[in-house]
Design a protein around this ligand. Structure first.
Ligand code: AMP
Length: 398
């Protein structure tokens, strides 16, 4: 059985075709510049690449290009799209309505559209992707929505309600929703599976550290707390995002510089974090190189991010009254052994010990703590597409 996974942005479309027999990727690709011109880059699992510049005034033409790439191009992997059993869509915001993935009906599509207020950059693009996909593949192919927020719906009100006048929660749904849920779910399920013994995975912490970063505390397999909030801006500093700030900093700067709410939003989302402090780049590798060359702001940015990660991990250990296991994932979490070592060093008081040789390894699932460590620490590469495909398969199998 083959599942097609779609991640639609406003002018882009990422996709993978996954063989559910073994979870392997048959092909993956990206359509870019939708609405402007249109380019597709498609890679088959045998290494063949198909690229084309083709008019994509809307997402529909992008899907038509994808169907051509999958079924007719030199990098084709199937004869007809009838071989695709279902389509899974990444949807960013499911609000308080969706605590799990679901089959897309007209009603679900309307809900996703209505939830755009909470995710104005993402949900409208997801809707465009879903509508175009229905047109391109026909109504008979089941389509499933997998929400980035669903995994976090198990948080309790004391965790997700903000200490603002309660009416904003009631009137506008202003609360903590979290994000990266598909990744935290995938990584925590893998971790629980690898550990095997349930009593040794009751309290776990997953650290998704990439360009966007979030940390989640998971109790008995369910999200207990997570660092992202009403939007993916909350938590700790990321490539270009601030993370948590004293809100009065923003009103102060807005008054000083005569900035609108949109300006503030843009500064906090696009110009801050590692980029804002270092002035070098939003990419940790560039900032590390600059720090090694003596750039003090680059060193400060790295130190700040690590310190904030340590504080979140520590606070979640307190909130859960302990931790059995910690997993690192995402571009930084999977590759930056020095960061992992520093975070783990802050937890030696718990009896956590890492093995430096194992911690230096890369690109695979690995336990990096020693056998006598009181807390298990793992690196688990995330696989959000496979998680979406699995949810899609589970729903159509019901
Ligand atoms: P992601 O968003 O998960 O693709 O992660 C992107 C981030 O991972 C960027 O900040 C990269 O600099 C970072 N990253 C990738 N490889 C490394 C590495 N070897 N060491 C440190 N950071 C890395």
């Amino acid at each position: 059985m083959k599942i097609f996974v779609v991640n639609a942005g406003s002018s882009s479309l990422k996709y993978q075709l996954i063989d559910m027999e073994n979870g392997s990727v048959l092909a993956k690709g990206l359509c870019e510049r939708i609405g402007v011109t249109g380019t597709i880059t498609h890679k088959a699992n045998n290494g063949t690449v198909y690229t084309a510049d083709t008019d994509m005034p809307t997402h529909l033409e992008a899907f038509e290009a994808v169907i051509y790439a999958l079924t007719k191009s030199e990098a084709k992997v199937i004869d007809s799209f009838d071989e695709i059993s279902a389509i899974g869509h990444r949807v960013v915001q499911g609000g308080s309505i969706y605590d799990k993935s679901c089959l897309i009906t007209d009603e679900v599509l309307k809900d996703i559209e209505d939830l755009s207020e909470l995710a104005p950059l993402h949900n409208p693009a997801n809707v465009l992707g879903i509508k175009a996909c229905i047109k391109a593949f026909g109504k008979d192919v089941p389509q499933v929505a997998v929400f980035d927020t669903s995994f976090h719906q198990t948080m309790q009100p004391k965790v997700y309600v903000y200490p603002l006048p309660y009416e904003y929660f009631e009137k506008y749904g202003v609360r903590k929703y979290g994000a990266h849920g598909t990744s935290h779910k995938y990584v925590s399920e893998r971790l629980i599976d690898i550990i095997g013994d349930k009593s040794k995975s009751e309290k776990i912490i997953t650290c998704h550290l990439g360009n966007g970063c979030s940390i989640t505390a998971i109790k008995d397999g369910k999200c207990f707390d997570t660092s992202m909030g009403f939007t993916p801006l909350d938590g700790f500093m990321m490539g270009t995002r601030t993370g948590t700030l004293d809100p009065s900093v923003l009103t102060y700067i807005a008054a000083k510089e005569n900035l609108s709410p949109e300006d503030i939003n843009s500064i906090c989302n696009k110009k801050s974090g590692i980029l804002g402090v270092s002035g070098v780049s939003n990419d940790n590798r560039d900032v590390h190189s600059a720090a090694q060359a003596g750039n003090e702001r680059a060193s400060l940015a790295i130190d700040m991010q690590r310190y904030q990660i340590i504080k979140f991990v520590g606070s979640y250990i307190a909130a859960m009254n302990g931790v059995n296991a910690i997993a690192f994932t995402g571009g930084i979490g999977e590759n930056d052994s020095a960061l992992r070592a520093e975070v783990c060093e802050s937890l030696t008081y718990l009896g956590l010990k890492i093995d430096p040789t194992k911690n230096a390894e890369r690109g695979k699932e690995i336990k990096i703590s020693t056998d006598d460590s009181a807390v298990d620490v793992y690196v688990i590469p995330t696989n959000e597409e496979l998680a979406i495909a699995r949810d899609t398969l589970a729903i159509i199998s019901k």
